[in-house]
Design a protein around this ligand. Sequence first.
Ligand SMILES: *[C@@H]1O[C@H](CO)[C@@H](O)[C@H](O)[C@H]1NC(C)=O
Ligand SMILES: *[C@@H]1O[C@H](CO)[C@@H](O)[C@H](O)[C@H]1NC(C)=O
Ligand SMILES: *[C@@H]1O[C@H](CO)[C@@H](O)[C@H](O)[C@H]1NC(C)=O
Ligand SMILES: *[C@@H]1O[C@H](CO)[C@@H](O)[C@H](O)[C@H]1NC(C)=O
Length: 593
Amino acid sequence: MGHSLLCMMGFFLLSTVICGNDEDHTTHSQDADESEYQSKEQTTSAPPEPTVTLQPSWTQIYSGETVTVRCEIQGGEGAQWTYEWRPAKLNTPPKSSEYRISNAAECDSGEYSCRGKRDSSWTKWSDNITLTVLSPPKPTVTLQPSGTQIYSGVIYSGETVTVRCEIQGGEGAQWTYEWSPAKVNTPPTPREYTITNAAESDSGGYSCRGRRGSPWTEWSDITTLTVLSPPKPTVTLQTPWTRIYRGDRVTVRCEIQGGEGAQWTYEWRRGQVNIRETSNEYRINRFNESDGGGYSCRGRRSSSWTEWSDSTSLRVTVPTKPTVTLQPSWTQIYSGETVTVRCEIQGGEGAQWTYEWRPAKLNTTPTSNEHRFTVTESDSGGYSCRGIRDYLVTEWSDIITLTASYKPRPVLTVSPSWLSPGASVTLNCQVEHPSAGWSFYWYKAVPDLSEKSSSYELLPDGSGTAQDSYIIHGQTHTAGYVCRAGRGDPEYHTDHSQPKFVWSADVHSAASLTVSPDRVQHFTSDSVSLTCEGNFTEWRVMTVPPSDPSYYYNCWRMTGSTCNIYTSKSDTGVYWCESGSGEFSSAVNITVQ
Ligand SMILES: *[C@@H]1O[C@H](CO)[C@@H](O)[C@H](O)[C@H]1NC(C)=O
Ligand SMILES: *[C@@H]1O[C@H](CO)[C@@H](O)[C@H](O)[C@H]1NC(C)=O
Ligand SMILES: *[C@@H]1O[C@H](CO)[C@@H](O)[C@H](O)[C@H]1NC(C)=O
Ligand SMILES: *[C@@H]1O[C@H](CO)[C@@H](O)[C@H](O)[C@H]1NC(C)=O
């Protein structure tokens, strides 16, 4: 256009105006034909007015571009004008109607106006036109995914993205663009470039530059596009337990690794059946059998779907009836023993059950599946429990019965009753309700005359034997024995048994009992004296009546070391002496007829 205008105006002289230290860059042209032209009509009509125009008409020019300023005098066509310019630097002769500023510099910015002279009279000055020369802007490359928000330059293959070259302040002009990588430069090189069905090979750095006059802008910074293959989602179960019971509230979540920040749409299916759910979570308020199956999901954030996740299988676990166990598991519990009752739900591990107990006195801590207590007789009875979780209540367990008894007293038997040389003695300790878990303690009785009883001395290796019998070798004189039993942790002990004896008939031992008259058979109303002999100062005579071998008595008619009996049938029994220093004498079996 500039060129055709120059042609219309005939020919031009070129001169230069210096802008700052720049090299010559402004030319002006002037009509060389100075012929005077006057129009009467024009002198009588309105005075001609000058206008400054810019070609191209952009008021913002980038340095290096070319712009032409022209003084046009409206109504003055055909006349021979002389021009004057502001700024005055344009007035270096010859004064031209038109200046071409090629390779514009920032110092060319300013207000431009002109006036014309004809017949020695000047027109008025034109309005100012503002020319702004800027350094060219730096373009930027933007990435615009279709529909959804891009996530830090990352899209998934198959998606669509538009790469656009933005030149700030360059609107309205006809720009030409150049792209890097060059594959985008298919002519006419566009401002934006849409990559449909992106592939991983579209990943990379994009930059652009533009021009609308002669020079290019500088290259934009590189904007990186990353095309990833879409991630595979996973379905996760959002419950703290892995088992699902009927009635549970269950949430499954579709997780897309690395897909955070993007706006996804989800699709769900159970087996091959689609579920009406488009969010990343699928909730089932009361899970039942018909909700069971393999759940999978996939996501979409523009046009392309991720692949389907692997399927996560959900199904109803049928809760088993709980079981109550008693620890220790003895059927007979004695008062004073410590027991633990425990409620067990098979397959209920990991779930947050609370427990309900019968009897209700155990429900003080409802979440506890076990109770430990020291048994009294009032704890006898049936124990059962059930589990509760959300809406779910299991059946009651079978009842386990706890029978608490009084502290037992074991019964000791000693065999044989009479010592024979070389034979061993076997002790046997029987607990009233024999049940598992007992260990046994074996003692020797030591007579204690001041206490009118005996003290007990543990036999060698007689502490806590698993066997309920104990064998003694080489016993040569009368001895008394006691046992008791213990079990549990802390150990619970029975009472001591009644003492039992093995008797020696050997009258030549260190201590002996002699009978006068010297026979074993006596008749009622006989006067019989029993005398303790040996190197001891204090004695008592003891007897065990055959009618009740669990009792034994001491003679209450002692004179010195002699007991005098006026016999009756009830005096039948085995007699022996016990010394004040803990010795037993030989024994005699007396029958009264
Ligand atoms: C035109 O611009 C010049 C230089 O900046 C200024 O001195 C003058 O006042 C302006 N004229 C008008 C009419 O704005
Ligand atoms: C499971 O729940 C659904 C929805 O609440 C109900 O329609 C269906 O009958 C239930 N199925 C069973 C077996 O309880
Ligand atoms: C009786 O005991 C005394 C003192 O311990 C002792 O000196 C004496 O030898 C003992 N006699 C018999 C027969 O054992
Ligand atoms: C005592 O003697 C009688 C008669 O001989 C006998 O029946 C009984 O078993 C004996 N008692 C003991 C403990 O040996």
